[in-house]
Write a protein of this length. Structure first.
Length: 364
């Protein structure tokens, strides 16, 4: 970034926000990073995408709704039971989101990915309203343990108050704007994740988000409710602003949408976590929008499975060979299916054959 003077930005708590080059210096070496993500239960392809995303986004900001409505008991989270069996259990919206926050914080620490977690409201007790993680590498050193301990304190707080999203969005926008030149010079962006179950209580959310259109940023809206009115509220904002934005439901809701378009794909938790983390891989944005074409299938297989799916035959030239290649590449790889409530392979090759070939036999 020769010739670019990096801004020294001060956060709302008075602490200095690290420069772009500083956040990039936190990152763990690529091979170590991939191993760290795989140890968190990811297949090779998704592990590679997490690491790539870490380098694509110099900053991550989570704007977290901890308003009183987040205590509503209509959330769900995946829990392991006896014998390693997994299932969905009921919980509050806040508990569901808190599990995700803890997972992403741990990943940020493992990879050295600078991430701010910002609550809308001052939490109950003396807990922190903003926690920064990813300023050291690896969860075993004292500094990393201290970061994760503050995250635990944050997610164990009780939701309270209203939904002042606009204030937090404006503060984050100011930080990104101050570092925009350096982000562009480095070829990276900032990722802003807004996790909420409602509408802003402090103004026009579209107006607050509009300045982000001119900045190097990717936005993820992580919805914490199935309320049709709230879902439509955020989808309307997405259409109005035309931001680089991905609007996500919870795991079960998103899996249902994806399965309607791609009935042969198991939309498991690892794939959902990648989209929450922030990724600009276009094919993932299409999963819940339209049925993929046959020529798009190899790209998706590589994103999920990685190297073993890199040299598959082209499906239009050798359909059976393509299916056999996917089946071989995913041997031993299973993910929990929130629709069928069971462990399943990522790709159901027989169902894929039925969808794209109209039935008939496929030799596996």
């Amino acid at each position: 970034m020769a010739g670019i003077v990096e801004a020294q930005v001060v956060g709302v708590d008075g602490s200095a926000i690290p420069t772009v080059s500083k956040t990039q210096s936190y990152a763990r070496p690529v091979a170590e990073s991939i191993d760290a993500v795989r140890n968190m239960g990811m297949p090779l392809g998704l592990a590679e995408q997490f690491v790539k995303s870490t380098r694509d986004f110099s900053y991550r900001f989570w704007i977290i709704d901890n308003s009183g409505s987040m205590g509503t008991q209509d959330g769900h989270r995946v829990m392991s039971g006896p014998g390693g069996r997994e299932g969905l259990i009921s919980c509050s919206r806040w508990e569901e989101l808190g599990e995700g926050i803890g997972w992403h914080a741990r990943l940020a620490v493992e990879l050295g990915a600078y991430t701010e977690f910002r609550l809308l409201n001052q939490p109950s007790g003396r807990g922190p309203q903003t926690v920064v993680v990813g300023t050291t590498v690896g969860s075993d050193d004292a500094a990393s343990k201290a970061e994760l301990a503050r995250i635990q304190q944050l997610v164990y707080s009780e939701p309270t108050g209203r939904t002042p999203l606009c204030k937090q969005i404006r503060e984050v926008t100011a930080q990104i704007a101050a570092n925009a030149a350096c982000l562009r010079a480095s070829g990276t962006k900032a990722c802003v994740v807004i996790a909420s179950d409602g509408e802003a209580s402090d103004g026009d959310i579209a107006q607050a988000l509009r300045p982000l259109r001119d900045l190097p940023v990717w936005v993820v809206i992580r919805l914490c409710t199935d309320d049709d009115r709230v879902v439509q509220y955020w989808n309307d904002i997405d259409e109005e602003l035309e931001l680089d934005m991905d609007v996500l439901d919870d795991l079960s809701g998103e899996a249902a949408e994806v399965n309607a378009a791609q009935p042969w794909l198991t939309y498991g938790g690892p794939l959902h976590r990648l989209r929450e983390w922030g990724t600009a891989v276009k094919i993932l944005d299409l999963l819940d929008e339209t049925a993929l074409t046959k020529t798009q299938l190899p790209a998706l297989a590589k994103v999920i499975l990685g190297g073993p799916a890199a040299d598959l035959p082209h499906p239009e030239l050798d359909w059976n060979g393509f299916l056999q290649g996917i089946d071989a590449a995913q041997q031993g790889l299973y993910t929990w299916d929130p629709k069928r409530r069971a462990m399943k392979p990522w790709f159901d090759v027989r169902k894929m054959h039925k969808v794209y070939k109209g039935g008939g036999c496929v030799v596996m």
